[in-house]
Design a protein around this ligand. Structure first.
Ligand SMILES: Cc1cc2nc3c(=O)[nH]c(=O)nc-3n(C[C@H](O)[C@H](O)[C@H](O)COP(=O)(O)O)c2cc1C
Length: 263
């Protein structure tokens, strides 16, 4: 009951924001909100990391026509700041480019409880320990596409999952809720939601960086996890993405331990 009430309230907040128009400073105040504590909060990322996301380009709330969707821009920051692999969920049938048409289409999709198909598939989720999952908020919840994806991927059940996404004021706690609904045994860490309208600002990139740091994720530490540490590799130097390199700079294995070598 509480969950339904929350969804209704966030839905109403979004409707109210839409009614105000994009130049209204009050709306800017709402949509500029960054939500950093949507997950269980405690804990850090472990092992190899994968980002799974969906994002829609074209016309959107408060940003007009964009070539790269808002969540895709957030994924670009994560890729730049951490050593992650990325899988994009691409719908088989593209969503309408015009915002109003998309709203109508998605309303129908939700009302009919559809499971839209996606084009590509990922078969090696078991290679990863930590999975970031994110996208936009559509009518106060993740797009139905995520239900299709989750139903096809029971192997996410025991992963460490980090929800993220962009929104127009509703926040992204509904990602955490949906993930817990499908994978009650997963470890869900602190989520991050950023207003789509401000995702291209430098401050949003900084917000992503701070969040990743709290999760124990940065380029160096993720790269170092990807480098093997075997005694047989004694003295071998690796690049930050785990490739063997000649020279002094990089990650070195010495007596089975990893060191950052800068001289
Ligand atoms: C069909 C549709 C429904 C939306 N519903 C909501 C909503 O309920 N709450 C909200 O905060 N934002 C809503 N938005 C705004 C998007 O969540 C926001 O623009 C997001 O940044 C889009 O991300 P993307 O470009 O990665 O798809 C909606 C946008 C669309 C297209």
């Amino acid at each position: 009951m509480k969950k339904i009430l929350t969804i209704v309230l966030t839905f109403c907040a979004f409707i109210a924001a839409m009614a105000c128009g994009s130049n209204d400073p009050e709306v800017d105040g709402t949509t500029g909100a960054t939500e950093q504590t949507g997950g269980e909060g405690e804990g850090t990322a472990k092992g190899k990391m994968l980002v799974i996301y969906f994002s829609r380009a074209d016309e959107n709330w408060q940003v007009g026509y964009v070539e790269r969707g808002n969540t895709a821009v957030m994924v670009d920051y994560i890729k730049e700041l951490a050593d992650v692999d990325v899988f994009e969920i691409v719908p088989e049938v593209a969503y309408p480019a015009a915002y109003d048409e998309c709203i109508a289409y998605v309303t129908e999709e939700i009302n009919e409880n559809r499971r839209p198909a996606y084009k590509n598939e990922i078969t090696n989720i078991n290679d990863y320990e930590t999975v970031f999952i994110g996208g936009p908020i559509w009518w106060a919840r993740p797009p139905m596409l995520f239900r299709t994806f989750f139903e096809a991927h029971p192997e996410l059940a025991d992963k460490t999952i980090i929800p993220f996404g962009t929104h127009g004021g509703s926040g992204v706690s509904s990602y955490t809720e949906l993930i817990k609904e499908y994978y009650p045994n997963a470890t869900v860490l602190e989520s991050l939601g950023i207003a789509g309208a401000s995702i291209r600002n430098e401050s949003s990139r900084q917000t992503v960086e701070n969040w990743l740091k709290r999760l124990g994720v940065d380029k160096q530490s993720t790269a170092i996890r990807n480098v093997r540490s075997r005694t047989a590799d004694n003295g071998v130097t690796y690049s930050p993405n785990g490739m063997r390199v000649n020279g002094q700079h990089g990650i070195q294995i010495r007596n089975g331990k990893k060191y950052i070598h800068t001289r």
